[in-house]
Design a protein. Structure first.
Length: 214
């Protein structure tokens, strides 16, 4: 696997339109990796297709993406000592993951908030319980104007979190609120989403390279 900057080089070769986003993507990687190195977590949110992107991104971080991420031998031995057969299976199959929470996946919490409080607070209210100082909120929001995303950023600030935004080219109303903004050079939502996928794939690859040996 190439090193992080080589991974970013590869993205720009495949998607020349993203050349202007190179620095912001690099800055996003630095912020996410610093968060994870400090033992903190990434918290994801988005609507519609971007909600699906949050599921996708979380899946790449919680298990091996392009590397197998095996456990350390000391960890494997602990499992084998618990039970030679079942523990041995876990030692062989379990992989290391990166700490990520997808707010879009908490259906019961979201519907409870929508029903009991306000539908625009489905992410913000979750952050009041799940967000901690030093965590990073990752907002995938093509238009950059979703009210529930703005509210989530406000709650993240209250919890002393940092914020990464993935938007279209103008950043919308949330752009100025983000510590790092990756603004894909498109205006149409679907075309912006087409660029968001390779952007967050690249971030996942860069994080995997930074945290896991082959």
């Amino acid at each position: 696997m190439p090193h992080s900057q080589e991974i970013l080089d590869g993205l720009i070769i495949r998607y020349p339109a993203l050349a202007g986003c190179r620095k912001s993507i690099s800055d996003a990687f630095e912020m996410l990796s610093a968060c994870l190195k400090d033992g903190k977590k990434l918290v994801l949110c988005g609507n519609g297709g971007s909600c699906a992107d949050c599921d996708h991104m979380a899946g790449e971080l919680l298990k091996g993406f392009c590397k197998s991420r095996p456990l350390q031998e000391t960890e494997k031995e602990i499992l084998r000592q618990m039970d030679s057969e079942r523990g041995g299976m876990l030692a062989d199959k379990l992989q290391k993951g990166l700490a990520v929470v997808n707010l879009c996946a908490n259906t019961a919490a979201m519907t409870a908030v929508a029903n009991d409080i306000d539908a625009e607070l489905i992410f913000a209210q979750q952050l009041m319980g799940l967000g901690s100082e030093g965590d990073v909120l990752v907002c995938i929001c093509p238009k950059g104007r979703a009210e529930n995303i703005w509210n989530a950023i406000a709650a993240a600030r209250l919890r002393k979190m940092k914020v990464l935004g993935l938007t279209a080219q103008d950043g919308g109303t949330i752009g100025a609120l983000c510590d790092v903004l990756v603004a894909a050079p498109e205006k149409e939502v679907y075309r912006t989403q087409e660029l968001h996928l390779p952007i967050y794939h690249t971030l996942c690859l860069m994080l995997e390279e930074a945290f896991f040996e082959q």
